[in-house]
Design a protein. Structure first.
Length: 254
């Protein structure tokens, strides 16, 4: 008899997207844009792989931290996007405050279904765990295919994600509930719980390769630069992925 009502005691599944749509979370990310800024490691790798005239698309832009850093460093062809209306609004405010007119560079777009024409960008940036906060591997694959489509042949993907196998924070990221997919985990934050996947290098290599990218470099942030205390408190250690678009979605050479 009781078994018939077991579903009543099961917790409701949480929506991994909800956290990002809250205004309070967007405000936190807007604060990071102003107080934390571009990390030294990001700045170094961006300078290495993108020239200032590059047409850059940022997906999952949060409160405009990376877009602001890029614009301030003379990367003027930047389109900053996020699927959260609250994030886009905060980014517009942050950019417009820095320079009248820059606010118009932030747009609402879902990384898994970008609406830009094929091959319209030289580079795509998906910073600080952007790919890893998508709900599952199928969403990550959809996002990578969508980014691949809007990149020109030979264009560069630059992203980062937590590593559960190597690096100082691996033991932290490796913890999970026993019934979860390896790397999937909900974390407490100052606003609401956030879903995050932490990967291994091999796993993200395979996902990038499957979408038609060749990985060029994948260093830990600590191997690229020594970060300030503010940056370390914001993001800890993360692994970067720099990859080139080498083939079409079905694996055909382009
Ligand atoms: C961990 S935050 C990183 C924010 C920003 N890139 C930074 O470095 O400060 C992840 C961001 O990805 C966004 N996001 C989550 N799912 C998305 C999707 N399907 N399409 C676009 N953005 C998404 C969230 O709204 C959030 O702004």
């Amino acid at each position: 008899m009781l078994a018939r009502f077991a579903w009543l005691t099961k917790p409701m599944p949480r929506d991994p997207r909800a956290h990002w749509q809250e205004l309070a979370t967007a405000v936190e990310y807007g604060r990071a844009a102003l107080k934390v800024g571009l990390w030294q490691s990001e700045e170094k790798l961006i300078a290495e792989h993108f020239d200032r005239a590059a047409r850059l698309l940022e997906v999952g832009c949060g409160g405009g931290r990376v877009a602001l850093g890029l614009l301030q460093r003379g990367y003027l062809d930047v389109t900053a996007t996020d699927f959260s209306a609250a994030m886009v609004e905060v980014t517009q405010g942050v950019l417009e405050q820095a320079q009248p007119g820059w606010g118009a560079r932030a747009e609402l777009q879902d990384a898994t279904a970008l609406t830009y024409p094929e091959a319209s960008f030289d580079g795509v940036i998906y910073a600080f765990n952007g790919l890893m906060c998508l709900p599952d591997a199928a969403h990550r694959a959809r996002a990578l295919r969508s980014l691949h489509r809007v990149l020109r042949p030979g264009g560069i993907f630059f992203g980062s994600g937590s590593d559960r196998a190597k690096g100082a924070l691996a033991p932290h990221w490796a913890k999970q509930a026993p019934d979860e997919t390896p790397g999937d985990r909900w974390h407490e934050t100052s606003t609401s719980p956030v879903f995050m996947h932490s990967s291994t290098e091999a796993e993200t290599y395979a996902e990038l390769q499957e979408a038609g990218f060749k990985v060029l470099a994948s260093p830990l942030s600590s191997e690229v630069a020594v970060e300030s205390a503010a940056v370390r408190a914001f993001c800890g250690e993360t692994r970067f992925y720099v990859a080139r678009k080498v083939s079409g979605p079905a694996g055909a050479a382009s």
